[in-house]
Unconditional design. Structure first.
Length: 154
Protein backbone atom coordinates (compact mmCIF):
# COMPACT_ATOMS: atom_id res chain seq x y z
CA UNK A 1 0.00 0.00 0.00
CA UNK A 2 1.38 3.41 -0.96
CA UNK A 3 1.95 5.94 1.80
CA UNK A 4 -0.54 8.81 1.23
CA UNK A 5 1.85 11.09 3.09
CA UNK A 6 4.93 10.91 0.93
CA UNK A 7 6.90 13.86 2.25
CA UNK A 8 7.52 15.58 5.57
CA UNK A 9 5.50 18.52 4.25
CA UNK A 10 2.54 16.19 3.64
CA UNK A 11 2.81 14.73 7.14
CA UNK A 12 3.58 17.91 9.11
CA UNK A 13 0.81 20.28 8.20
CA UNK A 14 -0.11 23.60 9.75
CA UNK A 15 -3.31 22.06 11.10
CA UNK A 16 -1.35 19.20 12.68
CA UNK A 17 1.14 21.60 14.26
CA UNK A 18 -1.73 23.73 15.56
CA UNK A 19 -3.26 20.68 17.27
CA UNK A 20 0.10 19.81 18.85
CA UNK A 21 0.51 23.39 20.07
CA UNK A 22 -2.99 23.28 21.58
CA UNK A 23 -2.13 20.01 23.32
CA UNK A 24 0.95 21.48 24.99
CA UNK A 25 -0.95 24.66 25.87
CA UNK A 26 -3.87 22.72 27.37
CA UNK A 27 -1.46 20.45 29.27
CA UNK A 28 0.30 23.48 30.77
CA UNK A 29 -3.03 24.95 31.91
CA UNK A 30 -4.15 21.61 33.38
CA UNK A 31 -0.87 21.07 35.23
CA UNK A 32 -1.00 24.59 36.61
CA UNK A 33 -4.60 24.07 37.74
CA UNK A 34 -3.57 20.83 39.49
CA UNK A 35 -1.52 22.97 41.89
CA UNK A 36 1.04 20.22 42.42
CA UNK A 37 2.91 20.72 45.67
CA UNK A 38 6.56 20.15 44.85
CA UNK A 39 9.74 22.17 44.94
CA UNK A 40 9.87 23.17 41.26
CA UNK A 41 6.25 22.91 40.15
CA UNK A 42 6.71 25.82 37.73
CA UNK A 43 9.45 24.04 35.72
CA UNK A 44 7.34 21.55 33.73
CA UNK A 45 4.59 24.15 33.35
CA UNK A 46 7.03 26.67 31.86
CA UNK A 47 8.45 23.99 29.56
CA UNK A 48 4.97 23.21 28.24
CA UNK A 49 4.18 26.90 27.69
CA UNK A 50 7.51 27.54 25.92
CA UNK A 51 6.94 24.56 23.65
CA UNK A 52 3.35 25.62 22.87
CA UNK A 53 4.55 29.13 22.00
CA UNK A 54 7.18 27.72 19.64
CA UNK A 55 4.66 25.40 17.99
CA UNK A 56 2.13 28.20 17.45
CA UNK A 57 4.85 30.19 15.69
CA UNK A 58 5.79 27.17 13.56
CA UNK A 59 2.13 26.65 12.70
CA UNK A 60 1.96 30.19 11.35
CA UNK A 61 5.15 29.64 9.35
CA UNK A 62 3.75 26.44 7.80
CA UNK A 63 0.57 28.33 6.90
CA UNK A 64 2.72 30.77 4.95
CA UNK A 65 4.52 28.22 2.76
CA UNK A 66 7.53 27.52 4.94
CA UNK A 67 8.54 23.89 4.57
CA UNK A 68 9.36 21.38 7.28
CA UNK A 69 12.96 21.67 6.13
CA UNK A 70 12.76 25.44 6.74
CA UNK A 71 11.49 24.79 10.25
CA UNK A 72 14.25 22.28 10.94
CA UNK A 73 17.19 24.07 9.34
CA UNK A 74 16.37 27.77 9.11
CA UNK A 75 14.33 28.31 12.27
CA UNK A 76 15.08 25.31 14.54
CA UNK A 77 14.34 26.65 18.06
CA UNK A 78 15.33 30.23 17.24
CA UNK A 79 12.46 32.22 18.74
CA UNK A 80 13.90 35.54 17.57
CA UNK A 81 14.10 34.39 13.96
CA UNK A 82 10.57 32.95 14.11
CA UNK A 83 9.18 36.10 15.74
CA UNK A 84 10.74 38.33 13.11
CA UNK A 85 9.41 36.19 10.28
CA UNK A 86 5.84 35.84 11.57
CA UNK A 87 5.74 39.58 12.24
CA UNK A 88 6.87 40.21 8.64
CA UNK A 89 4.05 37.88 7.54
CA UNK A 90 1.46 39.98 9.39
CA UNK A 91 1.21 38.26 12.78
CA UNK A 92 0.20 41.00 15.23
CA UNK A 93 1.89 40.60 18.61
CA UNK A 94 0.71 42.36 21.76
CA UNK A 95 3.12 44.31 23.98
CA UNK A 96 3.24 41.58 26.63
CA UNK A 97 3.92 38.98 23.94
CA UNK A 98 6.90 41.06 22.84
CA UNK A 99 8.16 41.23 26.43
CA UNK A 100 7.93 37.45 26.80
CA UNK A 101 9.65 36.98 23.43
CA UNK A 102 12.41 39.41 24.42
CA UNK A 103 13.10 37.39 27.53
CA UNK A 104 13.04 34.12 25.57
CA UNK A 105 15.38 35.60 22.95
CA UNK A 106 17.86 37.31 25.25
CA UNK A 107 18.33 34.55 27.82
CA UNK A 108 18.78 30.80 27.77
CA UNK A 109 15.56 30.27 29.71
CA UNK A 110 13.97 28.08 27.03
CA UNK A 111 16.95 25.72 27.01
CA UNK A 112 16.99 25.70 30.81
CA UNK A 113 13.38 24.53 30.68
CA UNK A 114 14.35 21.62 28.41
CA UNK A 115 17.50 20.51 30.18
CA UNK A 116 18.22 20.22 33.85
CA UNK A 117 20.21 23.19 35.10
CA UNK A 118 20.10 24.05 38.75
CA UNK A 119 20.75 27.34 40.45
CA UNK A 120 18.90 30.60 40.67
CA UNK A 121 17.55 32.22 37.53
CA UNK A 122 14.58 34.35 36.51
CA UNK A 123 11.78 33.26 34.23
CA UNK A 124 8.58 34.89 33.00
CA UNK A 125 5.65 34.14 35.27
CA UNK A 126 3.37 31.32 34.26
CA UNK A 127 0.60 33.92 34.06
CA UNK A 128 2.56 35.89 31.46
CA UNK A 129 3.36 32.69 29.54
CA UNK A 130 -0.32 31.72 29.65
CA UNK A 131 -1.43 35.06 28.26
CA UNK A 132 1.17 34.93 25.47
CA UNK A 133 0.29 31.34 24.57
CA UNK A 134 -3.41 32.25 24.52
CA UNK A 135 -2.76 35.30 22.34
CA UNK A 136 -0.74 33.22 19.86
CA UNK A 137 -3.36 30.47 19.94
CA UNK A 138 -6.18 32.87 19.05
CA UNK A 139 -4.28 34.51 16.20
CA UNK A 140 -3.02 31.18 14.86
CA UNK A 141 -6.48 29.60 15.08
CA UNK A 142 -7.98 32.44 13.05
CA UNK A 143 -5.20 32.11 10.46
CA UNK A 144 -5.65 28.33 10.19
CA UNK A 145 -9.37 28.80 9.62
CA UNK A 146 -8.91 31.60 7.11
CA UNK A 147 -6.07 30.06 5.09
CA UNK A 148 -6.99 26.37 5.16
CA UNK A 149 -10.75 26.55 5.64
CA UNK A 150 -10.46 23.88 8.36
CA UNK A 151 -12.68 24.65 11.35
CA UNK A 152 -10.19 23.94 14.14
CA UNK A 153 -11.18 24.47 17.74
CA UNK A 154 -9.81 27.60 19.40
Amino acid sequence: MADPFKTDDDRTTAVGLYHYARSYHDAAKALEAANVRTTHAHAPISFLYFHAIELFLKTYLRLHAHTVEDLEKKFRHDIKRMRKRVTALGFDLMDEDLEVFAYMEQTDIVMKSRYIRTGAFRTPTTEALERTATSLRETTCAAVRQITGVRVRP
